[in-house]
Design a binder for this molecule. Sequence first.
Ligand SMILES: *[C@@H]1O[C@H](CO)[C@@H](O)[C@H](O)[C@H]1NC(C)=O
Ligand SMILES: *[C@@H]1O[C@H](CO)[C@@H](O)[C@H](O)[C@H]1NC(C)=O
Ligand SMILES: *[C@@H]1O[C@H](CO)[C@@H](O)[C@H](O)[C@H]1NC(C)=O
Ligand SMILES: *[C@@H]1O[C@H](CO)[C@@H](O)[C@H](O)[C@H]1NC(C)=O
Ligand SMILES: *[C@@H]1O[C@H](CO)[C@@H](O)[C@H](O)[C@H]1NC(C)=O
Length: 570
Amino acid sequence: MLYMMMRINFKTFVLLVIVGILSSVFTSWNNCSSSFFIRNRDWESQFRHKEHLNNDPDYQEIDCLINGRKIITCRKEGNEVFIPFSFIHKYFEIYGKIVINDGLERFDWYHSYSKITDRKVKYDSRGVFMTFENYNVEVRERVKCISGVDGIPISTQWESQGYYYPTQIAQFGLSHYSKNLTEPESVTKIIEDADKVKQDWTVPQGCIMSRIYDEQVNSYVMKYATPESSSSGISIKIDHVSKLMLKLDLCIRNNGSITIELEIREKKDIYYLHYVTNNLVLHAYNNHIYYGIGQAYNHWKRLTRDLLIDLQKGLNLINKAKKKLSKSKLKVVRVILNGLGMIDNITLATSEHMEQFYDAARWFVANQNITSGGWSNPVKRKVANGMAILEPGWYSSMGQGHAISVLSRAYYHSGDEKYLQTAVRALRPFRILSNNGGILTYFLDKYVWYEEYPTTPSSFILNGFIYSLIGLYDLKSIASGKDAEEAKKLFDQGMNSLKNMLTLFDTGSGTTYDLRHFTLKIAPNLARWDYHSTHVNQLLLLNTIDNDPIFGTTSERWIDYMSGKKASHN
Ligand SMILES: *[C@@H]1O[C@H](CO)[C@@H](O)[C@H](O)[C@H]1NC(C)=O
Ligand SMILES: *[C@@H]1O[C@H](CO)[C@@H](O)[C@H](O)[C@H]1NC(C)=O
Ligand SMILES: *[C@@H]1O[C@H](CO)[C@@H](O)[C@H](O)[C@H]1NC(C)=O
Ligand SMILES: *[C@@H]1O[C@H](CO)[C@@H](O)[C@H](O)[C@H]1NC(C)=O
Ligand SMILES: *[C@@H]1O[C@H](CO)[C@@H](O)[C@H](O)[C@H]1NC(C)=O
């Protein structure tokens, strides 16, 4: 998963009061769940006091011996000792930065770099998926690009060549579904629909263009042909800014391409995005970027492209510099058609979330193993030393669960049974042991667990397990009859395990990512703050659909850990 990390300037040499402040901060945080910022009067007045004194420095340098092992230089002022924050940052893993507030400098201190989104409204399987409206799967660095053939992300996380990673594809789908429900309405501009909106295309000698009625789709469409020798193609200049989601219906009869000419304003750089009839994923040289959209096909197909992402991923390939492009700097200059085919409904819009959601949903329908119900992960994976390597082809409870969440929503939204049937089949690996090609394992032979990675010995990864439960909940809520019953049975078993095992993940100051410290008898694998906050967000969600107090009390305690509170000791 991907998270945003707060970038903090640690180099700043900031002096903070040690003992006095540390203890007052840690002992007076009773209300921390309600607010990330704590205003502490004692602390504030001491801070102001120092600020005043710092204008007229009155301190001495003093050596500070750390645990009898290492000396750092600190400062002494009266009876108070000040430790460099760069040291505090490393030692306590505390984050801090200087900010300007009302024209005054202030030092902001964070125990954790992650945030919690507590919606408090009951989770709805037809609605936003957890906090995924904030996800931007396609911009992640480990996403090579969006496939021209399928319109879904290609991952490079565990294999640099790129592969389809079901969990990531589902997150892409769920984020767009969630954005559809939370973002402002899209603004669409029709470029050409061969009917109400017609453009004056430039048709060079030897090329043909006409608008005809196609009975198959019950619509006027644009038919075009360019000779292979012609390089300029049929084109239209549009000079459009701000709407960068391209959508069009295409029926290609012969090898050809759709080219979008883009300009990065200010720099006046021109780039060409070529969508071509081949199976090359992504190819780029100079200012030309190519996405394969599959072999010429003699039927209508919809193409939805995020031009900003397509350009960005191409540029990443050309110059490894990876400078981030901004939407506002991009202009769509021209559309150019080459080859032989028909085209219709060319639009530019500010967003196309549902199209992107359905690209993901359709992929899950088309790529499921009908026998096993799984979507295989085509990469090797080593989860931990001491665990057997997973060979390509393994299934993941998180991938299965996320896919079920996508498919349940697609079924709800479209009413199309194929999504439901695919989701129901996806339950099969939940009943097959992880050492036998499935995702099921048991904790101490007693509690069922659905494994994000079907490792031997078992790993019991918490966040992947809970995501699989949310998937089961979605299907149980949206399906009916026997289908809902099957999902409910798996969900109930999993929830029973979760309630009994949840506190095994509690370290007293944070959480562990998995239970490898139990199954491998090694040091615990502590969850970094973004995974910890995922645990919390998941519990908050479960707390709205199950009234067992364990979710409320545990999430409250885990939120407190994020502002430095710890479990009390004996
Ligand atoms: C703590 O909570 C109490 C009651 O909710 C409130 O009156 C008080 O102002 C809060 N203190 C801080 C520091 O937020
Ligand atoms: C969300 O999808 C609906 C169709 O289900 C569409 O009418 C609406 O405009 C979309 N809104 C956004 C913000 O994408
Ligand atoms: C273009 O859009 C119209 C209106 O939505 C639709 O009826 C038509 O079938 C579409 N054309 C193609 C080729 O899909
Ligand atoms: C398109 O090109 C490929 C590879 O060059 C070729 O095999 C295929 O037959 C061509 N398709 C058409 C419809 O011309
Ligand atoms: C589909 O799953 C079955 C049962 O696990 C397996 O035997 C078969 O090889 C799988 N098919 C593919 C194409 O992976």
